[in-house]
Design a protein. Structure first.
Length: 346
C-alpha cells in the first residue's frame, strides 16, 4: 500500500470512529509522517471499568504499555459528560466544546489545546481498534471534571459548580469572536487570569441588569465566579460561571496602557500626573501617555482593592485606563478614569 493510500485509510478510520451519533466532515489526505498508527489492545493489557456519574459504560479503558496511566475512549466519555464533538478535516483533529470548556485532540500528538493554549499530558492520544483513546488525566486536566482511578475502575463525575472561587479585578482584554470567548483580568500578557466564557456563563451588572459578552469593556471592574480547576498555562485559564460588573455605570470606549511609571509630577495645588510607558491594550491605546489623577480617578490594586495615591511612584507597574479625548502633544495627555497599581520594580 503506498503512503498516500495508507494515509487516507488511517484518517478515514479515525473519522468514522468519531462520527458515531454525530456528523463529521470527511478528512482529506495528508502527509504520511503525521499519521496516527492504528493498533489493537493486547490481550495481556490491564483493562479498567469506567463509571460516569454513577452509570457504568460498556466501553472499558486500558493500561498503556509504558504504564504511565490508563487510556479512556474519547467520544464515549466526553459525550456522556455533555460535550459536542466535531471532526476537523483541515487539521485532522477533533474539536470538543461544552459551555466555557473547549479543546482540540489529535491522534498521535501529545499536545492538547485548552481554549487556544497548548499543554501536554505525557501521553499522546491513541487510535486503537478504530476508537480514539486519550489518557485518563485528560478528564481532569483538560476538560475539568473529577476523575479518580480506584483499582480496576475509573470513576468520573461532573465538576461541581458550587465548588468555585471568586476573583475581583479589572478587565484588560476581551475576546468575543468565534466560539473561543474569554475575558482577562488582574493583568496583561502572561499575568492575571483568563476567564473562559460559554453559553451558560451569566454576565450582569451589580443591580442584576443582564449583559452580554459584547457589553464588557477593558477598564471595567468585575467579580468573577469560576471553577477551582485552572490550566497550568500562563496566564491560567478557567471555566467561568458568573461575571458581575461592579462599576456603578458602564464605562464605554476606555483606552488602556500597561507599563511602568516613568515620571510623577505634582503641581503647587497638589494635583498629580503620571507618565506611563509600556504597551497599549487596544489599537487606539497609547504606548506612552501622561495621565492626570483627578478626584474621580479610581486607584486600586490588581485584586480590586482601593489604594492610596502614595502608591503612584516612579518604577511602579501600573495599568492606566483613560478616555479617548487626549491632547495632540507627545506624549498625549489625558485624565485617568482608573489606575491599577501592581508593584514597584526593584
Amino acid at each position: 500500500m503506498n503512503n498516500i493510500l495508507k494515509t487516507s485509510t488511517v484518517l478515514l478510520t479515525l473519522s468514522l470512529a468519531l462520527s458515531t451519533g454525530a456528523a463529521y466532515a470527511a478528512p482529506t489526505t495528508t502527509s504520511a509522517k503525521n499519521d496516527a498508527a492504528q493498533t489493537s489492545v493486547n490481550a495481556n493489557q490491564k483493562t479498567f471499568a469506567i463509571e460516569i456519574n454513577g452509570s457504568a459504560l460498556k466501553e472499558t479503558g486500558f493500561q498503556t504499555t509504558n504504564g504511565k496511566e490508563p487510556m479512556v475512549p474519547l467520544r464515549t466519555v466526553t459525550e456522556a459528560l455533555g460535550f459536542e464533538l466535531t471532526w476537523n478535516g483541515q487539521t485532522k483533529s477533533v474539536d470538543l466544546i461544552n459551555g466555557a470548556v473547549f479543546t482540540t485532540v489529535k491522534a498521535g500528538e501529545d499536545r492538547y489545546s485548552i481554549n487556544k493554549m497548548n499543554t501536554t499530558l505525557g501521553t499522546a492520544p491513541q487510535l486503537v481498534d478504530s476508537i480514539l483513546y486519550v489518557p485518563a488525566s485528560f478528564v481532569s486536566e483538560i476538560i475539568h471534571h473529577n476523575m479518580t482511578v480506584k483499582g480496576d475502575s475509573i470513576v468520573i463525575t461532573d465538576a461541581n459548580q458550587q465548588e468555585h472561587m471568586t476573583k475581583t479585578g479589572v478587565i484588560t482584554a476581551v475576546n468575543n469572536e468565534g466560539k473561543y470567548q474569554s475575558v482577562q483580568i488582574q493583568g496583561v500578557g502572561t499575568d492575571g487570569i483568563v476567564l473562559n466564557v460559554g453559553e451558560d456563563t451569566t454576565i450582569e451588572m451589580a443591580d442584576g441588569t443582564k449583559l452580554a459578552l459584547k457589553d464588557l469593556q477593558i477598564g471595567m471592574t468585575v467579580k468573577a465566579e469560576h471553577s477551582m480547576i485552572m490550566t497550568m498555562s500562563l496566564p491560567p485559564q478557567t471555566p467561568t460561571y458568573k461575571i458581575t460588573v461592579l462599576d456603578e455605570q458602564k464605562q464605554n470606549d476606555l483606552l488602556g496602557t500597561a507599563g511602568t511609571i516613568e515620571e510623577v509630577q505634582k503641581d503647587d495645588e497638589g494635583n498629580i500626573s503620571i507618565t506611563v510607558k509600556g504597551s497599549g491594550l487596544s489599537e487606539q491605546s497609547q504606548q506612552e501617555v501622561v495621565l492626570r489623577i483627578s478626584k474621580d480617578t479610581v486607584l486600586m490594586n490588581s485584586d480590586g482593592k482601593t489604594v492610596n495615591s502614595s502608591e503612584l511612584v516612579k518604577g511602579a507597574k501600573v495599568i492606566g485606563f483613560y478616555g479617548p479625548m487626549l491632547t495632540k502633544s507627545l506624549p498625549p495627555i489625558g485624565t485617568a478614569a482608573k489606575v491599577v497599581v501592581d508593584s514597584v520594580q526593584q
